[in-house]
Structure formats: C-alpha cells, structure tokens
Design a binder for this molecule. Structure first.
Ligand SMILES: [Zn+2]
Length: 333
C-alpha cells in the first residue's frame, strides 16, 4: 500500500510583517484506496472569523476586504508572479490568501459592499470578479499551473470565514480531486459514446422539467441528481471547455445567469450559497468537455447540511425535487 503525500508551498508578501517574503507549507495527502485528497495547513487555525450574531457582526472598519483597509491589510504576490502585487479588473481586486491551501491560492474581493444579500449582487460586480480571476488563471497557466478552480462561499454557514463577499481561486500543476474526476469521466464518456457528455446533457435538459433558462452562451437547469440543496448548473452552450476560452459577451452571460439564480434562490428563502466553476486546464483543447458553474444553497440556521451521509457515506440527503425549484427559478429568466 502506498501512503502518498506531497507538499505545496505558497509564497506571499505578508502584511503582518511589513510585506516580507513569507512561505506557507501545505501538506497534501492522498487516500491509498479511493484517491480522495485532503490539504492541511496548520496555520489556518489563526484565521480571523466573521461570525454573524446580530449585534456582534464585524464592522467594516475591522474588515481586511473593505476598500479602506484592503491595500494595507491584504498580502501581495511576489513580484516575479504579479509585479504589481495584486491583480485588478474593473472594481475587482485579487490577492493571495493569507492562509493558503495550495501553492497558488488567491482571494478576489469584487464588491466594495461589506455585506450583501443574495438579491443585491450586481451583474457588473460578478463580471469584474470572474474577469479578474480569469486574468490570474491566464498568468499562472503560463507559469506551470494549468489546473484552475474558482470557488465561492457566501456567509459563514457556507464555510466563509469572512463576511465580505469574495471569490477564491486555486491553481496548480495538479487538478483538485473533484474537478479531476469530472474531467476524467467526461473523457471516458467521449471514448465510450463517441459524443460529448455535455452536448448530450444540454440536449436532455433543454425543455426538461428541470430547465430554468438561457443567458448569452449559457444554459441553466437543476441537475437530475443534485449534490446539494437547490443546486443549479450553468453549462456553456457553445461547448467552451475552459473559462479562459470565454469572450466578454459570454462572461457577461455567465454573470447575468449567476445574478438571476442568486435572486431566485433569495426569493425561495436562501441566504447562503456555495459556488464553483469547473473549467478545463489552460493551454489544452478538449472537444469532450464544456465548462460549467454549480451553485447550491447552504444552511441559514445552525444545523449543518454536511452530516454522516455526506461526509462518510459519500452521498447527499436532500428534501426538494429539482423539478420543483427549477419551476420557481424559471421566473427570473
Ligand atoms: Zn468588508
């Protein structure tokens, strides 16, 4: 039996020590049977946390992601990677995660607002955020980290330690376990069926009871077997494999769809979401893959949605049929 592990090292200029060059070691361990992967950075216990308890809510003056504090309190990338230290695009700004889980782990603050309800996000803010993350993936893709992942936890019940809305980006020479399974399964389907799984999926879902709507370049629907509550998928309708292949119009369509879904989920009573973009690695072509975004609702109260079934059973317990909430979300499109 092989007990595999390897380390990654994130280099960031740390604001807590006058922007000196700091190194963070991340240990990545692989389960010998399943290949499931975990990432350990023991310094993450020191992360500041914004926990919502009404009056104790963290005020903007103490938030490192609020515009008046950001330049002073967030770290910078080393000049060999990003000469300016941080990347900007429109109103979005991307900087290293101070408590990284991979050698390239960034945070993108895309709105000046410290706290936003799901129905208050602007299409332009999401657009700037995604465009900024894409710029980062382009840079690191050319520097030996072609696999990229864009994630978003909104509010503490989704896993966000800070309240201020922010995307997270991870990039590496190796894919994360989840996206890797998805990329590999898509290739297997192509070899077995002679067609793209994603084209078949679009044909099957367009007009189905789970269909929600379309925006420029994207089709939105509730998946047949959701991996979380009220889960929604947006898939590239033009079979673009990677976020890096989208043009400005399509990033606009992606942002438009995300904002419509967030608003619709808010109407259904949701307050917290988790989102991820699954995208093909940079510099490679793949006729069998289309990029997608997935969003799920996270708990509003203090009961976790991740219990023994999800954590050890590897399956998800749900309470709502995708066909039912798709119908409600359709009204936003
Ligand atoms: Zn803030």
């Amino acid at each position: 039996m092989r007990l595999e592990r390897f380390t990654e090292c994130a280099r960031i200029l740390d604001p807590r020590s006058g922007f000196s060059d700091g190194r963070h070691e991340i240990e990545v361990r692989i389960d010998p049977l399943t290949g499931a992967t975990c990432r350990i950075n023991i310094t993450r216990t020191a992360r500041p946390k914004h926990i919502l308890r009404g009056a104790e809510e963290v005020v903007p003056s103490k938030c490192p992601f609020c515009p008046e504090n950001l330049e002073r309190e967030t770290p910078k990338f080393t000049p060999d990677l990003i000469p300016e230290g941080r990347l900007k695009s429109g109103g979005a700004i991307l900087f290293p995660n101070l408590f990284p889980l991979s050698d390239l782990h960034g945070v993108c603050a895309f709105t000046p607002a410290h706290k936003l309800d799901l129905d208050k996000f602007l299409k332009e803010e999401i657009y700037d955020g995604i465009t900024c993350c894409r710029k980062f993936f382009e840079i690191v893709g050319g520097r030996g980290a072609p696999f990229h992942f864009l994630g978003w936890n909104h509010l503490s019940s989704s896993g966000a330690s800070l309240l201020h809305p922010h995307f997270q980006v991870m990039a590496s020479k190796r894919p994360l376990h989840g996206p890797k399974s998805c990329l590999e399964a898509s290739e297997r389907y192509w070899r077995g069926e002679g067609r793209s799984f994603w084209s078949d999926l679009i044909s099957s879902e367009r007009g189905s009871p789970r269909y929600i709507g379309e925006t420029t370049g994207f089709l939105w629907f509730a998946p047949w077997a959701p991996t979380g509550a009220f889960e929604v998928m947006g898939v590239s309708g033009d079979a673009k494999a990677s976020l890096l292949q989208l043009d400005g119009r399509e990033i606009g369509g992606l942002s438009d769809g995300i904002v419509k879904i967030l608003g619709g989920l808010w109407d259904l009573g949701a307050t917290s979401v988790t989102m991820a973009i699954i995208s093909w690695p940079s510099g490679e072509e793949a006729d069998w893959f289309s990029m997608s975004v997935r969003l799920m609702v996270r708990p509003s109260g203090n009961i976790s949605d991740r219990a023994f079934l999800e954590l050890y059973g590897g399956e998800v317990g749900l309470t709502t049929l995708p066909e039912d909430y798709a119908k409600a979300l359709r009204e936003r499109f």
